[in-house]
Design a protein around this ligand. Structure first.
Ligand code: WT7
Length: 635
């Protein structure tokens, strides 16, 4: 028997050692015993980080939806696979059994095929958190189409960029979405985006808000009538282990978003195995991850990981504050949630509202609490532990990335003793390294450095869609023969890791990973703007908020600053989405630059954070005088 289910710390260390000493034997056992294969692999792993090229389970054939759905039909056909909790608590929740999920995924798959989608085609999914979202994802996987889910909070420009980058043939969307008390015109956003897109042949539209929308003849189709007419079974496409399963875009510090490509077999094995262990999921449990499926957290830990384990997974359409800040606790009580996985920004927002809402609800079902997305501060950690888990539910602080596909550094619930703000130990099979500024690995404990991973793991992204060179440059060039995460970390006296944050120009706002460059590009499109620089500064709830320094062209000099601020944020909203709006915009006569012309963000960051005690040596700057001016006028 392989060690599929780890129950205590000794066992963790034992399995970890095995996974590191002999990774191929280890992962082969896990893959062999717990998944359904149409054909077994010829080779467990081949890799070369210098290319970079990584292949897991080469030669194997499978379909991930057979693992997520079909194989459960005999044993769990009537078990609830997905609980859909609508935005409005007065609307009834929907319980979708594995058998019903099979039916709905197959119908959707047949609709896609009927509209000309086949293996390898890209399908863009731009949907709110309604069952059709999970079903579309799985339907693509059923027929071997590559899904590219775009978070339905993104703007039409952001959507168009992503559709064009991977040349999607189809968009699946809805007539609109509910978000708390608001409705959003999703179809309108899609129509606007498609003015810039040539590759789209058809648009499928799910009905959610019953709004009167424009349907373009020949291109747009209401989804439901097609589903009603479709056949309820669909033979799964047999995929090779390394066939792409999906593309998911993540912002970088420079340039356009990166379409991270995840492949089939390794992703399946790793997300399923981590899900089972990190959350200690048991057969009758109800698991709820509050993320949106538009992010990797939703892909791996709402859809694939849970379903592969035959779990019951909750999909919540709404927001934590609607109809009031007790909504999460209402849902926990209503569905008797056992594992609850959310983000530090949500925890902070809820903590600010006090404990009144919590006290009105029975949270005794909770066994495990999770957090992900950014470093969790000590105060939020304790609030979560004391008030939500009542000190009885371990907190799994899970560190990972879109690029890693699955959880990398984390406690295993009930096995790993937790420590506030620490993601603790590498998961089974994960080999982290901390690097110094000379590119040397820092050994030993009580050290800090830049976090790398020195050995492949099954769910790592294999490339950036259409740009393998960029994949190499971004992740495999900073350090020889290692994957560089972009994060800094420290390792304590017992080997626990604490992630200290990004060391590049990515800023995490409310758990959303935002690159500075695309935001600066948006600002610079304003006709009055000459130049801009964005930095993050600490924010009580969002973790970080954005602070922009903007220099104006001569033509912009007489303009009213408040109007300009509004226009700049409007541009950002249009190009990226409201999430990237700036909290503060300071107009200045110049930006501090090195002699080679690089903006000194370090200084700007300190000023924005009101941490100007030690700005370091500014005398080598091209224009040291602007520093004083910026400090004098800081917001
Ligand atoms: C970045 C990746 C992976 C799910 C959501 C984010 C930060 C993520 C933690 C954590 C400290 C964390 C890192 C990472 N991050 N989880 N538990 N503690 N930092 O995915 O958008 O690809 O962002 O989020 O900085 O590099 P993502």
């Amino acid at each position: 028997m392989s060690n599929y289910h780890i129950k205590h710390l000794e066992e963790y260390y034992q399995v970890y050692r095995k996974s590191v000493r002999n990774p191929e034997v280890f992962w082969e056992e896990i893959a062999e015993e717990h998944f359904l294969w149409r054909k077994k692999w010829d080779n467990v792993l081949s890799w070369d980080f210098s290319k970079p090229e990584v292949k897991w389970f080469e030669g194997a054939q499978l379909n991930i939806t057979e693992n997520c759905i079909d194989r459960h039909l005999y044993t769990r056909g009537d078990k609830t696979a997905i609980i859909f909790e609508p935005n409005d608590p007065k609307e009834e929740a929907e319980h979708i059994t594995y058998r019903q999920l099979h039916d709905r995924v197959c119908r959707m798959a047949n609709v896609l095929k009927d509209k000309g989608i086949g293996k390898g085609d890209r399908v863009c999914i731009y949907l709110p958190m309604i069952p059709e979202l999970a079903i579309s994802v799985l339907a693509c996987a059923r027929i071997g189409a590559i899904h590219s889910v775009v978070f339905a909070g993104f703007s039409s420009t952001a959507l168009a960029t992503r559709i064009n980058d991977s040349e999607c043939k189809m968009v699946i969307t809805s007539d609109g979405s509910y978000r708390g008390a608001k409705t959003i015109d999703l179809k309108g956003i899609v129509d606007e985006a498609l003015e810039e897109c040539n590759s789209i042949e058809s648009v499928l539209v799910a009905k959610r808000i019953n709004s009167d929308i424009n349907m373009k003849d020949g291109r747009d189709h209401w989804l439901q009538p097609l589903l009603d007419d479709a056949y309820h079974d669909c033979v799964p496409e047999i995929m090779n282990a390394e066939d792409p399963l999906f593309i998911l875009y993540t912002s970088g510090s420079t340039g356009k978003p990166k379409g991270m490509v995840h492949t089939t077999a390794g992703y399946m094995v790793y997300t399923a195995y981590t899900f089972k262990n990190v959350f200690q999921y048991r057969e009758k449990d109800v698991y709820w991850c509050t993320a949106d499926i538009g992010w990797i957290t939703g892909h791996s830990y709402i859809v694939y990981g849970p379903l592969c384990n035959g779990a019951t997974t909750v999909m919540f359409e709404g927001v934590p504050s609607y109809p009031d800040f007790g909504r999460f606790w209402d849902i926990v009580e209503k569905h008797k949630v056992n594992q609850f996985y959310t983000a530090p920004t949500a925890i902070r927002a809820l903590a600010k509202e006090g404990v009144d809402h919590l006290e009105k609800h029975d949270l005794s079902s909770l066994k495990v609490l999770g957090t992900v997305g950014e470093p969790i501060n000590e105060e939020a950690w304790h609030w979560y532990d004391d008030n939500v888990g009542k000190k009885k539910a371990p907190i799994v602080d899970t560190w990972w990335q879109t690029e890693t596909g699955g959880i990398m550094i984390t406690p295993i619930a009930f096995a790993t003793p937790t420590k506030p703000t620490y993601a603790t130990l590498p998961f089974i099979g994960i080999q982290p390294a901390l690097m110094d500024e000379h590119g040397q690995e820092i050994k030993g404990n009580q050290v800090d450095g830049r976090l790398c991973i020195k050995f492949p793991w099954p769910s790592m992204a294999r490339t950036i869609w259409g740009n393998h060179q960029r994949y190499k440059d971004t992740y495999f060039s900073a350090y020889d023969n290692k994957y560089f995460t972009g994060d800094g970390a420290l390792r304590d006296e017992v080997g626990y890791y604490r992630i200290t944050g990004r060391v590049d120009d990515v800023i995490i706002v409310s758990g959303h990973n935002l690159g500075t460059a695309p935001i600066e590009d948006a600002i610079n499109e304003h006709p009055a703007v000459a130049e801009s620089a964005i930095v993050g500064f600490p924010h009580d709830i969002k973790g970080n908020a954005l602070y922009g320094y903007v220099t104006l062209k001569e033509t912009g000099e007489g303009r009213d600053h408040n109007n300009l601020r509004k226009e700049i944020n409007q541009l950002i909203t249009e190009q990226i989405g409201p999430i990237a709006k700036l909290d503060k915009i300071q107009f200045t006569n110049g930006l501090p630059k090195t002699r080679s012309g690089k903006i000194m963000r370090r200084i700007l960051r300190k000023i924005a954070s009101k941490d100007t005690g030690n700005l370091g040596d500014t005398s080598t700057l091209l224009n040291p005088e602007v520093v004083q001016e910026i400090m004098d006028n800081a917001l």
